[in-house]
Design a protein around this ligand. Structure first.
Ligand SMILES: Nc1nc2c(ncn2[C@@H]2O[C@H](COP(=O)(O)OP(=O)(O)OP(=O)(O)O)[C@@H](O)[C@H]2O)c(=O)[nH]1
Ligand SMILES: [Mg+2]
Length: 233
């Protein structure tokens, strides 16, 4: 996976893995995909720190600075030789997920909450309350928009403080697996930059799978229609 980052523009690409190369970039450049990843969670769980560690590693600070305005970061990523321009959205805490487009327009203009390609729901492993927050949010998201093919990852941040954890990892996984229909669960530590890349790799893999399964199916369908034949897809 390659990544480059900016809060306003697309800067030069930076290498993140050895799977991609300049050739891949050049060949996929004309056909890149834009995806929006919304990162949500209770106050102070580490949303901004996670994004910062992804787009601008080793900038972690223990000083807490509350996010007061939504902000978009624009890393560019290559996964499986496909180029993606990401819009990674960081927000101040939202009181509820917008139930419809009108609510989003009036309360959260520019947040792209209802149209996000994927969601990362972050909680702090030492705070059960922060887990309850994403639980409520998850329910609101699933009841407010079509979630077909929309990956949702749950992230337990501050793993470095796991001695102080509230719910056990097993308890959390059971709830997420049995009740939540989420794509994955990852524990990370923004402080130690641990599992941050893995988190974005997993979510991009999931997005890439959806994008290309859909596109391949669409192409197969066009071929079928074009040739006026019927095949079982
Ligand atoms: N120990 C530890 N502290 C962390 C970690 N991630 C973030 N923090 C600290 O937690 C506090 C909040 O981090 P932020 O990234 O600002 O959290 P946030 O979710 O963006 O907060 P809001 O913008 O207010 O919603 C800061 O003091 C960070 O230094 C982590 O992995 N481990
Ligand atoms: Mg923040």
């Amino acid at each position: 996976m390659f990544v480059s980052s900016s809060t306003c523009d697309l800067p030069p690409y930076r290498r993140m893995s050895n799977t991609a190369n300049a050739k891949a970039l050049a060949s996929s450049d004309s056909n890149f995909n834009q995806v929006t990843i919304s990162i949500l969670g209770a106050p102070s769980v580490g949303k901004t720190s996670i994004i910062q560690q992804f787009v601008n590693p080793h900038t972690f600070t223990d000083v807490y600075q509350q996010t007061t305005m939504h902000q978009c970061y624009y890393p560019a990523v290559i996964i499986n030789d496909h180029l993606y321009e990401l819009q990674v959205m960081d927000y101040p805490t939202i009181s509820q997920f917008p139930v419809d487009s009108l609510y989003e327009w009036t309360h959260y203009r520019g947040y792209r909450l209802r149209t996000a390609t994927a969601y990362i729901l972050v909680y702090d492993v030492t705070s059960e309350q922060s887990f309850q927050y994403i639980h409520a949010l998850r329910d609101q998201i699933f009841s407010s928009r079509n979630m077909h093919d929309v990956p949702v990852f749950v992230v337990g941040n501050k793993h470095d403080l796991h001695d102080e954890r509230g719910m056990s990892r097993r308890e959390v996984i059971t709830i997420i697996k049995k009740q939540w229909k989420c794509s994955g669960y990852i524990e990370c530590s923004a402080k130690h930059n641990w599992h941050i890349i893995m988190l974005f790799k997993e979510i991009m893999r999931s997005i890439d799978d959806h994008e290309h399964t859909y596109k391949q199916t669409g192409t197969r369908m066009q071929n079928v229609l074009g040739r006026n034949k019927c095949v079982i897809l």
